[in-house]
Design a protein around this ligand. Structure first.
Ligand code: HEC
Length: 509
């Protein structure tokens, strides 16, 4: 009770301050202009999506842009519709939270009510530079579909692309990133590892690039490993951790195409794989919390679905992030973890679900979950006529499926095992030679399948293991010559797929 009174007092104090602030200092005296403050706010929170050619329907870069959309921007931030961020306060603390502070929201309101003054151009910060390149630098391997996919005006669909990897051995990755081909129509992307390559047959059956999926494939409900949404700051995975890509696995890229503005277009998005940068002691894993066996009856406006999963016995884990998946009928989702001691903890609480923004929410601090803990998901759906997003009029019974017009009820929890500490490989170089046919031969021991020769830490593209002496001999037929010019001393290392690098040996041609 006491706490409630204190909270109420604090709230009214805040309100009074707000009023005093607004009344006491006439808005034109707050001195807020586009050039001195608003442009900085837009750079920090909005421009990553609101610049020409990107996903948002208009730019918020120049004074003219900002002035034209000033009132709309104010409304969108006051209603917390922009920037898009669906995780409710009071449950979980996440990295990369883009929301504005109440001071920033007030600042925008002050600027609008002062008549959106432009200010003094001397106050302007340098403009942001937007790159369509890979934010993490050039990936070690870039995968892409064989052909473009055509998206037409009005389209709102999912397309799946099955991409072979062919990395010669099991491989740990420090990052998997997506680089959209046509940024204005690629709304989000989810990446799956398909360990047995089952997606290949779907791809081959469909004459166009990629395929449509109605669901049911196990990689879709078990294997999500990556999420891309516009503006999400992408980083490498924590040191010592990595995603395992088994030899022969395929990556399935699921893209949500949605034409907000313009005429559609053709897209060929790429997937970038970044090999493990540090020795990997812990594998990154994903625990699905999924319900794929349900019917949401037509006419129901607040229909609840549940799903649960248990942390396997004997395994304490740390959860690093969580991603939810629902479609057009989804409204809310909450995931709780209940320990065997009865203590519960809220992992995420998504309000006003919007299927456009399906990303991974990364916990600020990894969350410990003990063996036997139960993760319980509860989600609410609106399958009534009152839901303007309902794909069916009149509403129809909705089942699990993987199209935009089906429904899903899933969350994926990304985690590591506390007790896991993988034995690391020990690659060692003992000799470097060029044979009579011009092949570079690096001999030594402890080379794993898929190990790479590196020149000054740059991967030699055509490295392969010797057929019989795979662990002792690596070869490059041609690519090495482009990296080593005659007479120059370079440093040669071997990088194993578990992220362990040999000591460097110097070499000159
Ligand atoms: C992560 C990308 C992203 C960021 C960041 C972002 N927007 Fe948007 N914004 C969009 C997209 C996409 C739309 C189109 C509608 C949708 O998909 O929700 C949009 C729509 C809008 C609209 C149209 C009305 C509405 O609410 O749909 C306004 C106004 C707006 N944004 C203002 C802002 C402002 C102001 C900021 C920064 C404080 C911001 N946005 C940050 C992507 C973004």
């Amino acid at each position: 009770m006491k706490r409630r009174i204190a909270a109420a007092a604090a709230l009214s104090w805040l309100l009074l301050c707000g009023v005093a602030n607004r009344k006491g200092i006439a808005s034109d005296q707050t001195g807020v202009t586009f050039d001195n403050q608003i442009v900085r706010l837009l750079q920090k929170h909005c421009q990553i999506c609101h610049h020409d050619g990107d996903i948002a329907p208009f730019s918020l870069v120049s004074y003219e842009d900002a002035s034209r959309f000033g009132e709309a921007a104010q409304t969108a931030v006051e209603k917390k519709e922009m920037p898009p961020w669906k995780a409710g306060a009071g449950c979980g603390q996440f990295d990369g939270d883009r929301r504005l502070s109440s001071e920033e929201i007030q600042q925008l309101a002050d600027w609008v009510s002062a008549g959106k003054p432009e200010g003094d151009p001397h106050d302007l910060p340098p403009p942001l530079v937007f790159t369509e390149n890979w934010p993490l630098g050039q990936p070690d391997v870039v995968l892409e579909p064989d052909a473009d996919f055509q998206v037409n005006i009005g389209d709102d669909l999912y397309r799946y692309f099955s991409l072979p990897t062919d990395l010669r051995g099991d491989r740990f990755l420090s990052a998997i990133d997506v680089r959209p081909g046509a940024r204005s129509i690629v709304h989000h992307a989810i990446l799956y590892v398909d360990p047995n390559g089952k997606s290949k047959k779907f791809e081959e059956r469909d004459p166009k690039a990629g395929f449509e999926s109605t669901g049911g494939a196990d990689f879709l409900t078990e294997g999500a490993v990556g999420w891309w949404i516009p503006g999400d700051p992408h980083g490498f995975e924590p040191d010592g951790t990595g995603w395992l890509l088994p030899n022969g696995a395929r990556i399935v890229l699921k893209i949500h195409y949605h034409v907000h503005h313009g005429n559609g277009g053709s897209d060929r998005s790429q997937v970038g794989l970044y090999f493990a940068r540090t020795p990997v002691r812990k594998q990154l894993r994903v625990l699905p919390v999924a319900n794929t066996d349900f019917v949401i009856p037509p006419g129901e406006s607040h229909y609840k679905l549940n799903a649960s999963a248990v942390i396997p016995p004997g395994q304490n884990v740390h959860a690093l992030g969580i991603a939810a998946q629902m479609q057009l009928l989804g409204r809310e989702m909450q995931v709780q973890a209940a320990g065997t001691d009865g203590a519960t903890r809220c992992l995420i609480d998504l309000k006003e679900w919007d299927p456009h923004w399906q990303g991974l929410y990364r916990f600020k601090d990894p969350i410990p979950l003990s063996s036997g803990a139960r993760l319980s998901l509860s989600a609410f759906y609106d399958n009534s006529e009152g839901n303007s997003e309902n794909p069916n009029f009149p509403p129809q019974p909705m089942h699990y499926g993987e199209r935009t017009t089906d429904e899903t009820c899933m969350a994926f929890v990304k985690y590591t095992l506390d007790a896991e500490s993988r034995t690391l490989s020990t690659p060692e170089i003992s000799g470097i030679d060029v044979d009579s046919s011009g092949q570079l031969i690096v001999s030594g021991k402890g080379f794993l399948d898929g190990a790479d020769i590196e020149v000054n830490q740059q991967r030699v593209a055509d490295t392969r293991n010797h057929k019989k002496k795979a662990a002792k001999r690596l070869l490059s037929s041609a690519a090495w010559t482009t990296l080593i010019s005659a007479g120059h001393q370079v440093s040669i290392t071997v990088l194993n797929p578990d992220g362990v690098r040999s000591t460097a040996v110097s070499f000159s041609r």
